[in-house]
Design a binder for this molecule. Structure first.
Ligand SMILES: [Zn+2]
Length: 122
């Protein structure tokens, strides 16, 4: 984990910037198609604030029915206390759906938890 390379400022568009704090030192985790990883979602983790930002999440047909996800709706990530707008719902298999997410700016004014830094994740 040495990222002190030269010219690491603007490393092109391959690096995602954290939508929550703006930091660009993120670690991208791709959805595992080959089955080597059981990662069904695609996301990146911010090295500064530690939040996970989902780009797409996989849901089973049952979860889809239960959650009633549809484009334009708000998707809540309770673990990270973040919100997204569902931009697209795509069926990828007989029992799998992908939900494409667009991060919504943190709304600190609402009582979604007052930015507790009490749980060091790493
Ligand atoms: Zn961040």
């Amino acid at each position: 984990m040495t990222e002190a390379g030269p010219g690491s400022e603007s490393g092109g568009n391959a690096n995602r910037a954290c939508p929550w704090c703006g930091n660009a030192s993120t670690t991208f985790v791709s959805r595992g198609y080959a089955g080597l990883t059981d990662e069904t979602s695609q996301y990146f983790i911010c090295g500064a604030c530690g939040r996970t930002t989902f780009e797409l999440v996989a849901k089973s047909a049952r979860e889809m029915r239960f959650g009633r996800y549809k484009p334009g709706d708000i998707y809540l990530d309770r673990a990270n206390r973040t919100r997204y707008q569902i931009s697209r719902v795509l069926r990828v298999g007989s029992n799998e759906f992908l939900i494409y997410l667009k991060p919504l700016a943190l709304d600190e004014t609402r009582g979604v938890g007052s930015q507790t830094a009490s749980e060091p994740m790493a």
